[in-house]
Structure formats: structure tokens, C-alpha cells
Write a protein that binds this ligand. Structure first.
Ligand SMILES: NC(=O)c1ccc[n+]([C@@H]2O[C@H](COP(=O)([O-])OP(=O)(O)OC[C@H]3O[C@@H](n4cnc5c(N)ncnc54)[C@H](OP(=O)(O)O)[C@@H]3O)[C@@H](O)[C@H]2O)c1
Length: 331
């Protein structure tokens, strides 16, 4: 690449973001992190993907979250990310926290899914190769597996750290009881669980029923995915269904019917956000960040303007009792 096109990160980036300690660990994460589940696959616009990562980093977002199966097709987000790291982020590797995961189906046969040691170790090797990295900062077991002894899955995470292929480990989508067992096994192995990655938003509050307390009491961090309910908790659907939105594009994860059903609540929440001088996306993120047991909010974005919009959420993360009561009344 010619010197003219070389990416140089904004020198003021660290002034634009707040960083929170991840549980009891030594690791600080940005209040907002960027996930590569959508918009980084084979059929997505590579230039846009590149701009999204640069925009995030320029705004102090030092954490990029991936998984073996992000794409589509599975693996392509890691491949594209690897290309972008090579082009733009090589000299910034030590300023980045990069995560990946395994737990969902990746290749045919009995060793390409769930939670065996065989799957986790092989999958991370493949992820590292796709991304062109020597190690990831955080490696997650992506979902619980009732048919594999927890000792084996946690043993695989411990092995991966001891092999130097990940610095820290995390769990995703684990319910509190199984998470507590896993934390104990990991602690005994000498590889404490750094962080848990659950879904959490105004529209999905399951972690308030035990998981958040467990994480707070165990000194384990929390990074919440789909904080905007995949775009529903923004003002984008209020005046119709934009053609380039996730609900209208062919996503198996969000459909227009769900959006239409939620619309009355979306509109009512938008009014509360406006009274706080925020837009709905900003309020939805702030609402999660009001709890100091949360380490980071893991957003997705299809446009750089969305990242610029969402980062403003960190400017106001306190809520009055009246605002919280009004929000709860809508929900
Ligand atoms: N561990 C797991 O099992 C798991 C599962 C799911 C996700 N995740 C992680 O969490 C990350 C985020 O998930 P997500 O993409 O569902 O998060 P999200 O933040 O709830 O939704 C992102 C979508 O919301 C819209 N959006 C974002 N900011 C906006 C703004 N300021 N104004 C208007 N619209 C805005 C965009 O939709 P349009 O595309 O319509 O523009 C964007 O693609 C993933 O990338 C992944 O890393 C983990």
C-alpha cells in the first residue's frame, strides 16, 4: 500500500471513550465495543467494513468481537477482518482487544460443533489462520453444551490459554447455574473466567434474573450483545421500513413482523429518549451502561454514521427514578 493511503488513527481517540475494568481483572474495555456478526461477510461491501473498523477505532473503540461462524458464509467475517488488520491495523495490534468464539456448527461431522475439546481447539486454530493472528485476546465458548462434561469444555479453554492462543477466556449464553459451575472449574484450573457475553437490551432483560448478580459477585465482567435489539431500539423503523435495514434485508434473525409488533413500544420509548435529549439508540445504550456491573455494550453497525451516533450514548448514562419508571411502564 502506498504511504498516501496508510491509515493513521485519530490521535485524540482515547479522549473520546471511557474504559471500564472487566470484573476483577486487569483488563479495561471500552464502554462500547463493535461486533462483526453482520456487515463483514463475503457479500458485504469490503470498503464499508474497513471504514466501520477505522471509525470505531478513531472513536476509542478498542474491542472488536468476532466468532468462527460470522459471515455469511461462516468464517468470512474473520477472513475479511484479517485482511483489514493486515492493511490498516498491523501497527495497532497491541492497542486492540480481539475476540472470537466457537460453539455453533462450523464443519460437517461430529467434531465441528458444540463444546468438545476437539472442536474448540481446532476451531480456534482455524480462526487464527483466517484472521492472520498469533493469538486472540478473548476466546469464548459460544453456547452451553449439555452433552459435554463442563470439565472438558473448561479444560479446553484453559488449554488454549496455556498454549498462548488466547490471553483470556469467556462464556456466552450460559444461564446462571451453569455459569457458576464453569467459573469454579476455571478458577481451580488457574484460568479465571474474564467475561460473560449475554444478550441484553430494553427488550430482553433476562440477565436481571440472577446472571447480573452472579457476575457482580464473582468478579466476572459482562459485555452485552444486541443492545439495540438488532436495530429495533433506534428511530430507524418509526417512519417505515428502510430497504437497507436488517429487518427488510434477508436476515434470518430479524423480520418485519417482529418490528411492526414492537412499534408502539418503540415509539413510546423514543419519546422518553427525546425528553432526555438523546435519540432512542443512545438511550438504549445508556440504559445498559447505567449499571456498573456491565463492562461494555457490544453494538453492531452497518454505517459509520451509526457508530458516531451510538458513541454519544456515553455522555449521559444516569437516569432519574422517574425516567426509569416511565421506561418500565412502556415495557
Ligand atoms: N454471543 C452471541 O451469541 C451473540 C449473538 C448476537 C450478537 N453477538 C455480538 O453482538 C454484536 C452486536 O449485535 P447486533 O448487531 O445484534 O447489535 P445491535 O447493536 O442490537 O444491532 C445492530 C444494528 O442496529 C442498527 N443500528 C446500530 N446503530 C444504530 C444507530 N445509531 N441508529 C440506527 N440504527 C442503528 C443497524 O441496523 P441496520 O443493519 O438495519 O442498519 C445495526 O446493524 C454482534 O456483531 C456480535 O459481535 C453475539
Amino acid at each position: 500500500m502506498s504511504k498516501k493511503n496508510k491509515y493513521i488513527a485519530d490521535e485524540n481517540r482515547y479522549e473520546k471513550m471511557n474504559y471500564r475494568r472487566t470484573g476483577n481483572s486487569g483488563l479495561l474495555l471500552p464502554e462500547l465495543s463493535l461486533g462483526l456478526w453482520h456487515n463483514f461477510g463475503e457479500n458485504d461491501d469490503f470498503k464499508n467494513a474497513r471504514n466501520l473498523l477505522k471509525c470505531a477505532f478513531d472513536n476509542g473503540i478498542t474491542h472488536f468481537d468476532l466468532a468462527n461462524n460470522y459471515g455469511p458464509p461462516a468464517g468470512s467475517a474473520e477472513k475479511n477482518f484479517g485482511k483489514i488488520v493486515k492493511k490498516d491495523f498491523k501497527s495497532y495490534r497491541d492497542e486492540l482487544i480481539i475476540s472470537s468464539k466457537a460453539g455453533y456448527g462450523m464443519w460437517p461431522g461430529p467434531y465441528g460443533d458444540w463444546g468438545s475439546k476437539k472442536f474448540l481447539v481446532a476451531s480456534l486454530d482455524q480462526s487464527l489462520q483466517r484472521m492472520g493472528l498469533d493469538y486472540v485476546d478473548i476466546f469464548y465458548h459460544h453456547r452451553p453444551d449439555e452433552n459435554t462434561p463442563l470439565e472438558e469444555t473448561m479444560g479446553a479453554l484453559d488449554l488454549i490459554v496455556k498454549q498462548g492462543k488466547a490471553l483470556y477466556v469467556g462464556l456466552s449464553n450460559y444461564r446462571p447455574e451453569r455459569a457458576a459451575e464453569a467459573f469454579k472449574i476455571l478458577k481451580d484450573l488457574g484460568t479465571p473466567c474474564l467475561i460473560h457475553q449475554p444478550r441484553y437490551s430494553l427488550f430482553d432483560r433476562w440477565i436481571e434474573d440472577g446472571l447480573l448478580d452472579l457476575l457482580g459477585n464473582s468478579g466476572v465482567g459482562a459485555i452485552c450483545f444486541s443492545p439495540l435489539a438488532q436495530g429495533m431500539l433506534t428511530n430507524k423503523y418509526i417512519n417505515g421500513l428502510p430497504k437497507d435495514s436488517r429487518a427488510v434485508k434477508e436476515s434470518p434473525f430479524l423480520n418485519t413482523q417482529t418490528v411492526l409488533e414492537m412499534l408502539p413500544k418503540i415509539k413510546a420509548l423514543n419519546e422518553i429518549a427525546e425528553q432526555r435529549n438523546q435519540n432512542l439508540a443512545q438511550m438504549a445504550i445508556s440504559w445498559i451502561l447505567k449499571d456498573d456491573r456491565i463492562t461494555s455494550v457490544l453494538i453492531g453497525a452497518s454505517k459509520t454514521s451509526q457508530i458516531l451516533d451510538s458513541v454519544k450514548a456515553i455522555e449521559n448514562t444516569t437516569f432519574s427514578d422517574e425516567e426509569l419508571a416511565n421506561i418500565n411502564a412502556v415495557l
